[in-house]
Write a protein that binds this ligand. Structure first.
Ligand code: UDP
Ligand code: MG
Length: 149
């Protein structure tokens, strides 16, 4: 099924100039960019985004980390995009992530893994609308090569 999902390139990855490499992995897997922007979120914006985790011991540190610098927020579309992007990202704990995944490649720790992506159709819809207005979701056809226009 064609799905939309939401992803974040986290602040440590942006600071380390890994945004392009991470985006390349999503593009290479043929997920279509629906929307993308670089933002430095407030702690309050992040706390609302991660509201499902409020009260967990890691929540304050997660909010501090995620608001520590600019992040790239992305909406992506493609066949089974929700599970597919999570598979590209790998396990939450980079120490347990499979070789070939983004979290395996870049670590560095559970609390500061370099990417986020939605875990269900409901969270994808909520997360996309949390960061993007409807006009920011752009429709176009993805082509297989520059020659194929
Ligand atoms: N997290 C953490 N400790 C935990 C669980 C989660 O530091 O025990 C952090 C981790 O950085 C993760 C984020 O909180 O990416 C959100 O947690 P979630 O369980 O939703 O993992 P994800 O969906 O990002 O794999
Ligand atoms: Mg999650």
């Amino acid at each position: 099924m064609i799905e939309c999902t939401f992803a974040i390139i986290k602040p440590n990855a942006v600071r380390s100039a890994l945004a392009g490499e991470i985006l390349r992995r999503y593009e290479t897997a043929r997920y279509r960019l629906l929307a993308m922007k670089l933002v430095h979120p407030t702690r309050e914006k992040i706390a609302g985004f991660y509201a499902e985790h409020e009260g967990r011991p890691f929540f304050p540190g997660l909010c501090d980390f995620m608001s520590s610098g600019p992040i790239v927020v992305l909406a992506l579309e493609g066949e089974d995009a929700i599970a597919g992007v999570r598979a590209l990202n790998g396990a939450t704990d980079p120490a347990k992530a499979s070789p070939g995944t983004i979290r395996h490649a870049f670590g560095p720790t559970m609390g500061s893994n370099v990417v986020h992506s939605s875990d269900s159709t409901e969270s994808a819809a909520r997360e996309i609308s949390y960061w993007f207005s409807p006009e920011e979701l752009v429709q176009y056809t993805m082509k297989s090569s520059l020659a194929d226009v």
